[in-house]
Design a protein around this ligand. Sequence first.
Ligand code: ADP
Ligand code: 5GP
Length: 204
Amino acid sequence: MAKGSVIIVSGPSGVGKGTIVKAVVEKRSDMFLSVSCTTRAPREGEIPGKSYHYISEEEFKKKIEENYFLEWECYVGNYYGTPLSPVLSAMEEGKSTILEIEVGGAFQAKRRYPDAVLVFVVPPSFRELKQRLETRDAGNEVAIAAIEKRMARALEEYEKIKDYDYIIVNDNLEEAIENLETIINAGSLLVKNNKEEIEKIKNN
Ligand code: ADP
Ligand code: 5GP
């Protein structure tokens, strides 16, 4: 990906976005993975400050007023938002940013960064998606109770794929990871992302 570019990864909850994105970011020091704020409760195994910044609804609303967020949305009864300033810092350092966010927030971010690349991750089937949610949320009553709502939201979001640039089917995890890397690498080869390099070659 070109320095300072933005890549947005969306897709239904439980499809494996987090798993794919984490694997890619761990391999690359030139990519910054944004940590969102949320008002939902942490899931088992999630790490505050790493998985999310967990804040109250009151704090979230205050941050909206302060223009703290690059984008924010309400998703199945909770607020989620991307803090703006870490993204600006990453860009200043010449890093590319990955945002793992739902569709409404993705379009807000695209309006702010029109060159952002939009990637949609889909499951091999909706049956498999439900299975992954049930496996991930087993033992978490609140999360299990929200699965139907998450599935309904997944169907709504599915209709928005046509406005995305790329689709990744997360069936075989390794292939899905490779496909995201391919998209990132293709971005770094776009002519519009290589203007300096093109001039440098001519002048040497
Ligand atoms: P998301 O970030 O999209 O909500 P997660 O990354 O938390 O999804 O993944 C949801 C669940 O699905 C996790 O238990 C994860 O281990 C599992 N998972 C991810 N990718 C695959 C895959 N290709 N095949 C089977 N299970 C997967
Ligand atoms: P979860 O509760 O499963 O972690 O996330 C629910 C949904 O919110 C997922 O689709 C996830 O990508 C999305 N999400 C996470 N962080 C943000 C954010 O900062 N902004 C927006 N708009 N969506 C987010």
